[in-house]
Write a protein that binds this ligand. Structure first.
Ligand code: BGP
Length: 467
């Protein structure tokens, strides 16, 4: 069992969650800068104004990445640092920051991996034309992508266009947990389609500007099982996949929608609106890899009784998650075979292996795991050491699952943990930690390496032999 020689052992963050400096050096406000300050939107009113202050401390952070031996660092660019108003005038200070970060990484032979869109839409574009609801965003997004490709494409090979369109559209337009806070299925379907068009256009432009680069998008992936052998549950599972999973992967990686679900959505909601040329555009944009963010699997059951959306555990109180579902199609139930985290996410390493094999069979593309990790409240002992053993156990098991998937023929290019450093969880605050590095929020954001930091260092040094 072994990983390929040039395997990209990595770790990830995202601008809004780690950078802070929310209005420094000409940065414009994003939808999250405003939304997180509305009462009741986030856990205990937390926001990313300061976050881990990575914007001002990136050199210190990159230094510890280098000591760890990290092969790749995945980070996102804040659109509002490059275009404070979303379009129009460029903020040179924003270009300078990411350029310096890239150079700093390359100085230590860490491969930068850029995410172009990790949810922090310029508020100006939300105000101007309702952001992802309007096709006007496509050209503004592609222009932003062009400026990034031009400025950083000489040094950056790996690019992720969108981070989890299924999450930011689903939570933004389906269940009102993210900005713009709507519950409107028709808008959700249309906005989702617009993200796919923007992704495709950006990929096509990328080919012209960064001919030797590699590009894809990352989807939040929740492979699933049927709750029983009954025909009803098996059918519900199929509906779950077409509604929630392939609905997102297919337009991004095959240039089409699952036919039955397209029919269903168009009959029921009159959406997505597909104009002439849309499907040709989707078909013509080829990704180099599929990005997946993997945390857990789902257990799916029939939902004749009509269970709808019943909220999400954002407090870390285990077992507080209620059943959620889409009436008439399926519902998510507890999987009694698995352990759950305090946020009620099923811990299922084998689901990662299984999920990757499924993707290989359906799309036959290389895969990058752009996120995988354990959100937990880490224990600190009397000497102030952070023995985050559950995180080590979680990552070890998932890395073993990667090895197995590789043996089964999956072309896995890299594995990024979420997250490199403790940072803001959008809805769960700073309480839900994911990092290798602890940030002491009571003590000037001082950094401290956790047990998992030293463990992952050995994993990388042994190319996955020493787990
Ligand atoms: C993904 C996001 C990340 C990150 C992660 C953990 O959906 O891409 O930005 O937040 O999930 O999720 P959470 O912070 O909700 O625990």
């Amino acid at each position: 069992m072994s990983f390929p020689k040039n395997f990209l052992w990595g770790s990830a963050t995202a601008a809004y969650q780690v950078e802070g400096a929310w209005n420094q050096d000409g940065k414009g406000p994003s939808i999250w800068d405003l939304y997180s300050k509305l009462p009741g939107t986030t856990f205990e009113g937390t926001n990313g104004d300061i976050a881990a202050d990575h914007y001002n401390r990136y050199k210190e952070d990159v230094k510890t990445m280098a000591e760890m031996g990290l092969k790749t660092y995945r980070f996102s660019i804040a659109w509002t640092r490059i275009f404070p108003e979303g379009s129009g005038k460029i903020n040179e200070k924003g270009i300078e920051f990411y350029s310096n970060l890239i150079d700093e990484l390359l100085k230590y032979n860490i491969e930068p991996m850029i995410t172009l869109y990790h949810w922090d839409l310029p508020q100006a574009l939300q105000d101007k034309y309702a952001g992802w609801e309007s096709r006007e965003i496509i050209d503004d997004f592609v222009e932003y992508a062009r400026v990034c490709f031009k400025n950083f494409g000489d040094r950056v090979k790996y690019w992720i266009v969108m981070n989890e369109p299924n999450v930011f559209i689903g939570l933004g337009y389906g269940i009102a947990l993210h900005p713009p806070g709507l519950k409107d299925r028709k808008k959700e379907l249309n906005a989702g389609h617009i993200t796919a068009l923007a992704n495709a256009k950006a990929i096509k432009l990328f080919r012209e500007i960064v001919p030797n680069g590699m590009i894809g998008s990352s989807i939040a992936y929740g492979p699933a099982y049927a709750a029983s052998e009954s025909e009803e549950d098996k059918l519900a599972l199929e509906k779950y996949y077409n509604y929630n999973v392939w609905w997102w992967f297919d337009p991004y990686f095959k240039g089409e929608y699952p036919a039955d679900m397209l029919k269903y959505n168009q009959e029921k909601y009159g959406a997505p609106e597909i104009l002439d040329g849309d499907m040709e555009l989707l078909k013509s944009a080829k990704s180099d890899f599929i990005g997946i963010n993997y945390y857990c699997t789902q257990m799916i059951a029939d939902n004749k009784e009509g269970v709808g959306y019943n909220g999400m555990n954002t407090t870390g109180e285990k077992n507080s998650q209620k059943e959620n579902g889409v009436p008439g199609l399926f519902k998510n139930v507890r999987n009694t075979n698995l352990e759950y985290t305090d946020w009620d996410w099923a811990i299922d390493p084998d689901g990662l292996r299984y999920g990757m094999v499924q993707l290989k069979e359906r799309y036959n593309l290389p895969i990058i795991i752009s996120e995988n990790g354990l959100g937990a409240v880490d224990p600190i002992d009397e000497e102030g050491n952070i023995q985050d053993i559950p995180r080590i156990d979680y990552l070890r098991e998932h890395i073993i699952a990667c090895e197995k998937a590789i043996e089964e023929g999956v072309d896995l290019l890299g594995y990024c943990t979420w997250s490199y450093i403790d940072l803001l969880s959008w809805l769960n605050g700073y309480k839900k930690q994911y990092g290798f590095i602890y940030v002491d929020r009571k003590n000037n954001l001082e950094r401290k390496k956790k047990a998992s930091y030293f463990w992952y260092k050995d994993v990388i040094a042994s190319n996955g032999e020493k787990l």
